[in-house]
Every structure is written in structure tokens, then in C-alpha cells.
Design a protein around this ligand. Structure first.
Ligand SMILES: [Zn+2]
Length: 403
């Protein structure tokens, strides 16, 4: 057992607004049995309104249409935040209560949902609503888990920005907005936020991350943009800083190759972060490094190599989160061009450290020093976390969080 003190965390991929919006939702992320999930939804969801349920992990169970139709009006998010299912009651209530009722018909198509994920996410956040008390509660929740600063990867509206400002948390939050929300911001707000968030593919949860081989069930992943479209989008951006979600190697290659091409053609390329980059290979990593691209990755996702053995081949399970290759062979530097975060799955020091120090594969390991460089705030005076590392049990315990 080793005692250590580390600084508070800067979670480089968080969803502060999302966590606030979904604070009171039924959370299935710890539920491994369908019967339990159904009884929780029946107990805690209201028949009188649309309910959003979060955290459904489809590697444990799936729902029959009949089963979800018997529930109160619900939208159920896949734990990945990509892909959702809903019942007829939710559909008819949605049609009665929203300005754009026809959009729900499209939401039956998983590919459409993936391609319009931000629109769908913002709708779900609107259904649940964001208030000052929910935002306050979220910052408290994060700090209790050792997180002081965040990048909020999806700012849903100007209203949310105002709430965060009024509460005095703007300094601790880098906001990223999708193109639609960005377009609606004031010039001042456009300046204040960190950058624009784009998506290149889906996620492993609904098997929409664009990997080069097929998933074990034959499905093929989803690329959000055609090559030329992505190039035009990157070329026409109003802000010179972007973060682009790319999990599968097919998506990562596309992003890096387009930026390389733009660079070669003498076009200006935006300051770019790739979010997740789970299946980046060495060749592409080298190209990314030479273009000055930053990788924003989640040690927690090393666990996908365990959870998703039902859908990924051995080759891909092993390729996931290749931190050693990125740092030792390609030269990415934690805290400089390799940033670490959680995507809220889950939030906090304990899981982040355990998955960094004791992952499934040695190729996914990070040292404590690398963790601190890539995941912590660099100002020690703000606070610290006292931890105990138990090498034998491969566990990390939080002794105290000082702020
Ligand atoms: Zn995210």
C-alpha cells in the first residue's frame, strides 16, 4: 500500500450540463438485470409526463417492444450517450408537447439519431430542464469526487451559460458547443467558450463507432460526414478551435487524413482535439502528432475491452486505449497533447486512477506521474486528494479531499 497526494482533477471530457439536466432521472448504469431496470422505471417514472432514463447498458440486457410499451412515457438513453429507445406513450406525448413533432418519427432510425445526436441530446435535456440548483448540485457532486475543473463537451443553450456564470463557475469550465448552439450565441459568448464540438462517428454502445472491421453481429458503424463534407465544415468554421469525437479507427483516420490534406494544400487548419481516439493506430498517431493534434482520452474506457467482448473481436479489444504506444513510441505528452477525462462514465478520482494504473492490458497503463500531468489541475494551492494505492488488490482508495 502506498500513500500519495495528488492535485484536484481537471476532467477534460465531462458533461456538466448533461449531468445537471439528468440529475433526477432513473439511472440504470449500475443495473445488470432487466427485471430490476423495469421495476425502477415503474417505481420512479411518472405516467403524467415524459421521463428520460439514463445509463442503460445493452451488454447486460435489451428490451422487447412490448416491455417498454408497458412502461410510463420514457426515453431510455444507452449508457454511451449514443442511441436511445422510447415507447409509444413517449411518442404521443412528445407529439402533443413539442414544436417539431415529426422529429420523433425520425428518432426510430438509429443512424439518424447518430447523425443528429446533438439535436437529440439537446431535446432530451430540454425535456428534463436545467436549473441553477441542478447546476450547483452538479459542481458539488464533481468536487466531492475530486473534480475541480471540467471541459463541458455539450453546452445546450445560452441560458445554461448564463446560469453557470451567475453561479460563478465559468472560470472552472471550458464550454464546447455544437454548430447549431454556437450559431445562436452572442459574439461575446462565442469568444468566451472554448470551441466547437463535432462528431465523426458513433459509439461502441449502439455499435456505431466506425471501426475498420465489422462488429461481431455484422453491424458496420456510422461515419457522420462524407470526406468532402467534413473538409468543407472544417474549412468554414467561425472558431479556430474544435474538438471532434472519433472512436473507431475508420473515423480517426478520416479526420487526421483530411486535416493532413488541408495542411498540404496550404489551408489553415483549426486547433484540433480528437475526443476518445480509442482505436487510433501508430501510423495515424504519428500523423496526428506531426499535425499538432491533441488527443483527449478516457482511461475509464479501457474497461470497454472487458465490457464489449460481446461485440468486438480480440484484435479490437487489445487495440483499445493504446496509451503506452502513444506516449513511448509516438511521443505524445500527458498534459500537453494528451489530455485525460472521464466522459462521466463514471466521474471521479477513484475510477479514473484504477483504470489508469490497473487496466485490463499493459498497453493501456499510465503511471501516476502521467496521470497527474494529463488529468490534474496544475495549481496545487487549489486543493488536493489523498489516496491509497493498493497494488495487490489493484484498487485505489480516497482518504481525503481537501479544497
Ligand atoms: Zn461525451
Amino acid at each position: 500500500m502506498k500513500k500519495e497526494t495528488i492535485p484536484l482533477l481537471h476532467d477534460h471530457h465531462a458533461h456538466v450540463s448533461g449531468r445537471a439536466a439528468y440529475r433526477d432521472c432513473v439511472d440504470l448504469s449500475e443495473v445488470k438485470k432487466k427485471e430490476k431496470a423495469i421495476s425502477m422505471i415503474n417505481r420512479d417514472c411518472s405516467e403524467d409526463r415524459i421521463n428520460v432514463v439514463k445509463g442503460w447498458n445493452d451488454s447486460y440486457y435489451s428490451f422487447e417492444v412490448k416491455e417498454i410499451d408497458e412502461l410510463p412515457p420514457v426515453f431510455i438513453w444507452n449508457i454511451s450517450g449514443h442511441g436511445l429507445i422510447f415507447n409509444e406513450k413517449a411518442e404521443s406525448r412528445f407529439k402533443e408537447n413539442f414544436d417539431n413533432p415529426q422529429i420523433i418519427n425520425k428518432m426510430y432510425d438509429p443512424e439518424w439519431v447518430e447523425q443528429n445526436l446533438l439535436k437529440v441530446s439537446k431535446l432530451m435535456m430540454k425535456i428534463e430542464g436545467i436549473t441553477a440548483s441542478k447546476i450547483q448540485d452538479t459542481y458539488d457532486f464533481l468536487l466531492e469526487r475530486g473534480i475541480y475543473e471540467t471541459d463541458d463537451m455539450l453546452l445546450p443553450s445560452t441560458d445554461t451559460l448564463k446560469i453557470v456564470k451567475d453561479l460563478g463557475y465559468q472560470e472552472r469550465t471550458n464550454f464546447w458547443a455544437d454548430l447549431e448552439t454556437f450559431g445562436g450565441l452572442s459574439e461575446k459568448a462565442k469568444d468566451e467558450i472554448e470551441g466547437i464540438k463535432l462528431f465523426a462517428d458513433g459509439a461502441l454502445g449502439p455499435r456505431t463507432a466506425a471501426i475498420k472491421e465489422r462488429y461481431l453481429d455484422g453491424s458496420d458503424g456510422v461515419l457522420i460526414y462524407e470526406k468532402e463534407d467534413l473538409k468543407d465544415t472544417l474549412n468554414g468554421l467561425e472558431k479556430d478551435k474544435i474538438s471532434i469525437h472519433a472512436i473507431g479507427d475508420r473515423a480517426i483516420d478520416m479526420v487526421v487524413n483530411i486535416l493532413a490534406k488541408m495542411n498540404k494544400e496550404g489551408l489553415e487548419i483549426p486547433e484540433t482535439r480528437i475526443e476518445h481516439a480509442q482505436f487510433i493506430d501508430k501510423n495515424t498517431a504519428e500523423k496526428a502528432k506531426s499535425l499538432g493534434i491533441t488527443l483527449s482520452m478516457q482511461p475509464n474506457f479501457s474497461l470497454d475491452s472487458v465490457h464489449y467482448s460481446d461485440r468486438l473481436s480480440e484484435k479490437y479489444l487489445k487495440m483499445n486505449n493504446p496509451f503506452r504506444m502513444l506516449i513511448d513510441e509516438v511521443g505524445f505528452i500527458p498534459g500537453e497533447d494528451l489530455l485525460l477525462g472521464s466522459d462521466g462514465l463514471p466521474y471521479g478520482v477513484k475510477d479514473a486512477l484504477e483504470s489508469s494504473l490497473f487496466p485490463e492490458y499493459d498497453t493501456q497503463k499510465l503511471t501516476l506521474e502521467e496521470f497527474i500531468d494529463g488529468y490534474c489541475v496544475d495549481r496545487k494551492e487549489i486543493g488536493s486528494v489523498q489516496i491509497i494505492i493498493d497494488e495487490a488488490k489493484r484498487e485505489v482508495f480516497i482518504e481525503d479531499i481537501e479544497t
